[in-house]
Ligand binder design. Structure first.
Ligand SMILES: [Zn+2]
Length: 683
């Protein structure tokens, strides 16, 4: 039955795809009109040979190229010769093709008038998504090697003179030397052209996303698919009547051999009407539909998990078996052995003192209990005493992050990458691994060594695209059923490239209940909730300690389960049941941030609504004197009736959507640190 249903769904989506797209090429004017029934875009190659985006947007608001300059989706340099809106091109070839994930691609191949360079530009639209995804490929058609010395992922400019724009950006989690925890920042763009800067990528300050909206809530958002660092800017100049985006790759110097190609990482722009939650929701649905690595198990994902870090590195097989048994009884679905299982960092063989029967025997035990088995692994770190660095001392990157005393590896150096890939595949096979918790500090290392296979001046691109991305993609190619979790001492590679290789990402790393909610609050603007997983160090013995971790991706318990009382265990089991009941709706729903970000002395609330049918809201009292909160839900149908019930409170209420939206429902929060889950189900 399910199979028949899925086949029907597939047929429906294929016919939807065929009907949705209207791609038109006007040969007489070299003008392309691309539409999917939601969004449209027009690009052209002018008679003068200028390639530009003419307009893009929703029917109610088309964002136009400025009259006084060119909005070219191409801006890059080859051996310091600039190619941009002033470059003359001729058309070599154009065609459309379907892509995976219900997409339609317009391919335009251009030849530059000067320089032996061709550029292929791809414009992708997807069924139902108000987003235009742009990717270009620079081809060296000369007989000599060249170097790409700059590339901009989204060099788009729109005509916008008067409207003041509000901008919204989200921080990453960074603790090393800075203290960032997914705080959001709203600002008004300065109309004198002063740029708003977004420093994204591994170890950057912000996630690779920005949303803007004007005074009529007509909005545009931009995202980019690059794990390396980028100093993106958005600037509005009233004098030039322009709103300009630029997302350049930091310090690029990438050699391209004769006949070779350079793939500029993709960027996308999306359009919306509404507030920041709407900008986030449109981004999230696009990410799930078009970009993200699909969830491994729609019935059970995000998983309920247990991680061994409550023991730090002081565990052995006996302790883990005892905790695994309790975890299984609690309903845990994934068990992760954190740092400390291997002989040392970079020596990825199980410590025989801790696992006298071998790690495989423990993995088998975990599987026999019905759980997935995961291990912690740091692809870009190795102890200075590890055999591999003893033999190959030059495999380190030129700067180290000193993660637990280890040295950093240069994943852009081909022998290192090959060794790391082979080691991870061996670990997966030897220990029956289902899940890799990637960790370390800063996944995109800095390396300017001249002894490595990458260009010494190309550290940023080489260590991201050809380093960590390439490692994960190659392991995924060889072992596609193993899921990867993104972590680097917390979520500080929060990009739209990351979502393509990992099924989830940590937000903050075991930073407690308040920090957990703060991380989720910010991350669930640009990222689908499943990309905000949380590690709870506290004993799950109060609603505050459990419900602070329930919203988002996998929920990882990391306390010592064998130290819990039977009362605590039965409470935890009850709460895990609640998590499983609502995780599917939260994963698929629209997130509403109902209050200001969580903070000391106040009450915070977050909600997910699935198709206006089921709402789940978690309300938490962090402190303060108020022991009730008037919760006004969002995203419900005003005229319909909803049945409201609670996780802790025994009341059941029947209320109209209108009442829930405008009058609100009173939530009891009796203790200074307490929490409640409010469910509303449409009748
Ligand atoms: Zn290197």
């Amino acid at each position: 039955m399910i199979k028949v249903f899925l086949t029907l769904l597939a047929l429906i989506s294929i016919s939807q795809a065929e009907q949705a797209f209207k791609y038109d090429y006007d040969q007489s004017q070299n003008r392309w009109t691309l539409a999917n029934g939601v969004v449209s875009a027009v690009v052209e190659l002018t008679p003068a040979g200028i390639f530009q985006l003419v307009q893009a947007g929703l029917p109610g608001k088309l964002w136009q190229a400025p009259a006084n300059s060119v909005s070219s989706p191409l801006r890059f340099s080859v051996d310091n010769q600039t190619f941009d809106g002033s470059t003359q091109y001729s058309l070599v070839e154009q065609h459309t093709e379907t892509t995976s994930r219900n997409g339609m691609r317009q391919v335009i191949l251009l030849q530059a008038a000067s320089g032996a360079i061709q550029v292929q530009v791809n414009f992708d639209l997807f069924v139902g998504q108000p987003v235009v995804r742009i990717r270009s490929v620079i081809k060296n058609i000369s007989s000599s090697p060249v170097a790409i010395t700059s590339a901009d992922m989204l060099p788009l400019t729109f005509s916008e003179a008067g409207s003041p724009f509000r901008a919204f950006v989200v921080n990453q989690w960074v603790i090393a030397s800075r203290d960032l925890d997914f705080q959001t920042t709203q600002s008004t763009l300065n109309s004198d052209g002063t740029p708003l800067t977004i420093n994204s990528g591994a170890h950057g300050n912000q996630v690779s996303w920005v949303a803007l909206r004007d005074s009529a809530n007509r909005g545009i958002f931009a995202g980019w698919e690059f794990n390396g660092r980028s100093g993106a800017t958005v600037r509005q100049s009233e004098a030039e009547a322009q709103l300009a985006f630029s997302v350049p790759i930091d310090s690029l110097h990438h050699p391209v051999p004769p006949g070779g190609s350079f793939y500029v990482p993709a960027g996308f722009i999306g359009f919306y009407q509404g507030d920041w939650d709407e900008a986030g929701y449109r981004t999230q649905r696009f990410v799930e539909a078009a970009l993200a690595k699909p969830a491994p198990d729609l019935q059970r994902f995000p998983y309920m998990s247990w991680d061994s870090w409550g023991f730090q590195e002081q565990f052995d097989e006996t302790i883990l078996r005892r905790n695994a048994q309790i975890a299984a009884d609690l309903g845990v679905e994934l068990l992760i052995v954190d740092l400390g299982w291997a002989k040392q960092i970079g020596d990825w063989h199980a410590d025989p003192a801790k696992f006298p029967n071998g790690l495989k025997a423990f993995a088998d035990y975990v599987h026999a209990l019905g759980m997935k088995f995961g291990v912690h692994l740091t692809p870009a770190e190795a102890s200075p005493n590890s055999p591999i660095l003893q033999v190959n001392p030059d495999w380190t990157s030129s700067e180290s992050d000193h993660y637990f005393g280890s040295l950093s590896l240069c994943l852009a150096h081909a022998p290192v990458k090959n060794w790391v890939v082979n080691e991870i595949v061996r670990v997966i096979d030897e220990y029956s691994v289902d899940w890799i918790l990637q960790d370390g500090e800063n996944m995109v290392k800095t390396c300017n060594k001249t002894t490595h296979t990458h260009d010494a001046a190309d550290s940023n691109y080489a260590n991201s695209v050809e380093g960590i991305d390439s490692v994960v993609e190659e392991v995924l190619r060889q072992r596609p059923d193993v899921s990867w979790e993104n972590c680097e001492n917390g979520g500080n590679m929060m990009t739209f490239k990351m979502v393509q290789n990992y099924v989830t990402s940590i937000t903050n790393d075991a930073s407690g209940a308040l920090g957990s909610r703060q991380g989720v609050f910010g991350a669930t603007y640009p990222f689908p909730p499943r990309f905000a997983d949380r590690y709870s160090p506290e004993v799950p013995s109060s609603t505050y300690n459990t419900q602070s971790y329930m919203f988002g991706g996998p929920w990882h318990l990391m306390n010592q389960l064998d130290q819990m009382t039977s009362d605590q265990l039965s409470f935890a089991s009850w709460e895990i049941g609640a998590y499983k009941q609502s995780r599917g709706d939260i994963r698929e729903g629209k997130v509403f941030h109902l209050t200001a970000a969580p903070g000391p002395g106040r009450i915070d609330a977050i909600e997910s609504v699935y198709l206006g049918l089921n709402a789940v809201s978690i309300v938490t009292r962090e402190g303060g004197t108020a022991d009730t909160f008037l919760l006004k839900l969002r995203g419900l149908t005003a005229a319909r009736v909803y049945q409201v019930h609670f996780q802790n409170d025994s009341r059941t209420l029947s209320m109209t959507g209108q009442q829930l939206l405008t009058d609100g429902v009173l939530v009891n929060l009796p203790d200074p640190q307490s929490s409640e889950i409010v469910y509303a189900a449409r009748q």
